[in-house]
Design a protein around this ligand. Structure first.
Ligand code: 13P
Ligand code: SF4
Length: 330
């Protein structure tokens, strides 16, 4: 087995600890380490089933940020993507925050480079900036307030109607919110590749086989998908809707990881993932970043307390303000 020094070298090169773990029972070891280190495992609904099962808390972006803000644990293991763990670190500067794979990024966060966004903001000095939590700490530091898909409407409504707003980075969520609120927010032209991967053509074919199904969609999806969806909401919104609906069949347009919770909660309902444009193994839309986290990496990161997230102190001081404003309003 490689030493920790070698493992750290791998960490630098590959973003995670790539060491052999023969005969390890990951579930047992993770539970043991978690107890020993007083760690909490927070997982997003898009994580693989096994990680959702072992996590202390599974939630949407807002609930995870709230849990991170209030946890009494000494260490946070974030089974999600980088911007989520970074937000947890900003809220807990004195705690160790671990992300099982440092390469677990986000196409949406990447679509908003800080220098370009700072220039865009400078061109509109009378605008306040609302940013979706799916962005880097640098973008948060340039924002007046952060939001998630669960509370975006409420956050936007907290500004006077005549206050011009910039919304970044998701153009689809921004466009949806403009329609919902009647505002004319300036939109940054970013998007999530997972939610732009759904195929309308394949969806129509699917409907032919399931005319009794109801389409429900995450608001990061494109306008043509949202137009035909019967319900639009965040991951927790989608789960609540299916739980409370009298309908028995749903086509779900969001990342396929959510199906695990949805099927567990609704064993008698039929839940079908919305089809993606390109054929892939699950014929659905999967987030390659979310799926980088595995049980092995979760175990290794707890054992070696790596990779841990660091955020520059000055940057964190600026980035925490819009996050705290969001939490106060939520
Ligand atoms: P929510 O869980 O807030 O709906 O966000 C979805 C998402 O894309 C997270 O990356
Ligand atoms: Fe980012 Fe989209 Fe993956 Fe969410 S699903 S982490 S927004 S790439």
């Amino acid at each position: 087995m490689e030493t920790l020094v070698a493992a750290k070298k791998n960490l630098d090169k590959r973003g995670f600890l790539d060491i052999d773990t023969p005969n390890i029972n990951y579930v047992e070891e993770i539970l043991k380490l978690k107890k020993e280190k007083n760690a909490v495992i927070l997982a997003h609904y898009y994580q693989i089933d096994e990680i959702q099962e072992i996590a202390d808390f599974v939630g949407d972006s807002l609930a995870l940020a709230q849990k991170a803000a209030e946890t009494k644990a000494d260490m946070i293991v974030f089974a999600g993507v980088h911007f989520m763990a970074e937000t947890a670190k900003i809220l807990n500067p004195n705690k160790k925050v671990l992300l099982p794979d440092l390469l677990a990024g986000c196409s949406l966060a990447d679509s908003c480079p800080p220098e370009k966004f700072a220039d865009f903001k400078k061109k509109h000095p009378n605008h306040k900036v609302v940013t979706y939590i799916n962005c880097s700490a640098d973008i948060k530091a340039l924002s007046d307030i952060v939001c998630t898909s669960s509370n975006a409407r409420k956050i936007i409504d907290s500004f006077p109607e005549d206050q011009p707003l910039i919304f970044a980075p998701d153009r689809n969520l921004g466009d949806y919110l403009n329609k919902e609120t009647g505002r004319d927010m300036l939109l940054w032209d970013g998007a999530c590749m997972v939610h732009e991967a759904f195929s309308m053509e394949k969806l129509i074919d699917l409907y032919k086989d399931h005319p009794d199904a109801e389409l429900i969609a995450h608001p990061e999806s494109e306008a043509h998908m949202l137009k035909v969806a019967k319900y639009i909401g965040s991951t927790s919104g989608l789960l609540n809707h299916v739980r409370n609906s009298k309908k028995e069949k749903f086509i779900v347009a969001t990342e396929a990881g959510i199906l695990f919770q949805m099927m567990q909660e609704n064993p008698d309902k039929i839940i079908i993932p919305a089809p993606a444009k390109d054929d892939n193994t699950c014929a659905c839309s999967e987030c390659a970043y979310m799926k980088l986290n595995t049980m092995k990496k979760l175990y290794l990161c707890l054992k070696h307390e790596l990779p841990n997230i660091e955020v520059d102190k000055e940057l964190a001081k600026k980035a925490i303000l819009p996050i705290e404003r969001m939490l106060a309003l939520s």
